[in-house]
Design a protein around this ligand. Structure first.
Ligand code: DAH
Length: 334
């Protein structure tokens, strides 16, 4: 009987199956009710007692080897079938990659332009005191921007507020650095405004500040023209309109020729051919003096722009709320 078992062990070890049916035939031959292994187990009672242990072990080994072999071949044949069904000429599954938020993209583009001009990034806190947001920037005590309608107050007397503009970072920079200063400050700002297609209570700005000896309005204009052409294309024209900000004198608002109609007039530019994009001006001597910079030696210019507005103009987006909804159907377009 041991000889028979050894012969079947050899057969099991060398057995190969090319198809599932060959494998099934082997399984029936070895392991079915009337198969070799069962037959041997039935004959086991006739084995002399002194051989029972050895024969019993051999029989169990045979049974397990046959089970292993069949399972192994079954898996091998299945994966072979899968290989055959695998169409290597199909295009790869389209992987959806994440992208930067459009506001971050435009912010980074703006930063890149000014970095090329030697500006360095500075940042300040979103929760600020009255001094950095208003007083040091020459806001008169009764200025409407300090009013409850505009500003989110965290504490009153002394006033702690959510900054309403990134101009507060100018003050932080002047606190810590001596001229020459050339810095841009991107960041989030907060105003108590009703949310609509054109306004939000949270939005983003980039502030610019340049202070040195002999900085002139011509430098401001040249810098902003370079910036506008870099962001909106080389054919872009700019114009500066007189305006008022407490912290600059003279102050101006800058328009660019409408990037959507090229200045001919369309819905977006309200048929004027121009789009307002930022506020700017020469830093008011009062601001320099408040921040420990001698206004007889140094002059400077500053500008500030909304990143949402820049992004809307660049991509023709009509509703500012899209930026905050995080609808992937919107975001995937960038
Ligand atoms: N802080 C102004 C605002 O939030 C924008 C601004 C205008 C910044 C003129 C400036 C500037 O630095 O010179 O509307």
């Amino acid at each position: 009987m041991l000889e028979k078992i050894n012969a079947l062990l050899n057969e099991t070890e060398s057995f190969m199956a090319k198809t599932q049916s060959e494998l099934e035939d082997f399984r029936i031959k070895m392991l079915s009710k009337k198969g070799e292994v069962s037959t041997l187990f039935n004959e086991f009672k006739n084995v002399p007692n002194e051989l029972k242990k050895e024969v019993g072990q051999a029989l169990n080994i045979l049974k397990n080897k046959a089970l292993d072999k069949i399972e192994h071949l079954r898996l091998a044949l299945e994966s072979k079938e899968e290989e055959v069904n695998f169409d290597l000429s199909l295009t790869a599954y389209p992987e959806l990659k994440g992208t930067r938020h459009p506001l971050s993209q435009v912010r980074n583009e703006i930063i890149e332009v000014f970095t090329r001009l030697g500006y360095v990034i500075s940042e300040g806190p979103e929760i600020e005191d009255d001094w950095h947001v208003f007083s040091a920037l020459n806001f008169p005590p009764e200025h409407p921007a300090r009013d409850m309608q505009d500003t989110f107050f965290i504490e009153k007397n002394p006033d702690i507020v959510l900054r309403t503009h990134t101009s507060s970072v100018q003050v932080r920079v002047m606190d810590n650095q001596k001229p020459p200063i050339r810095t841009i400050s991107p960041g989030r700002v907060f105003r108590n405004e009703a949310i609509s297609a054109r306004a939000h209570c949270i939005f983003h700005q980039i502030e610019g500040l340049y202070i040195d000896k002999n900085v002139s309005f011509a430098d401001l204009k040249q810098t902003l023209m370079y910036f506008a052409k870099e962001i909106f294309g080389n054919q872009t024209k700019i114009r500066l309109r007189p305006s008022y900000f407490p912290f600059t004198e003279p102050s101006a608002e800058m328009d660019i020729s409408c990037s959507l109609c090229g200045g001919k007039g369309c819905n977006v530019c309200k048929h004027t051919g121009w789009l307002e994009i930022l506020g700017c001006g020469m830093v008011d001597p009062n601001v320099l003096e408040s921040n420990g910079i001698d206004s007889k030696v140094y002059t400077g210019f500053a500008f500030g722009m909304g990143i949402e507005r820049m992004t809307m103009l660049k991509y023709g987006i009509k509703d500012l709320r899209r930026f905050f909804e995080n609808d992937v159907r919107f975001l995937r377009q960038f």
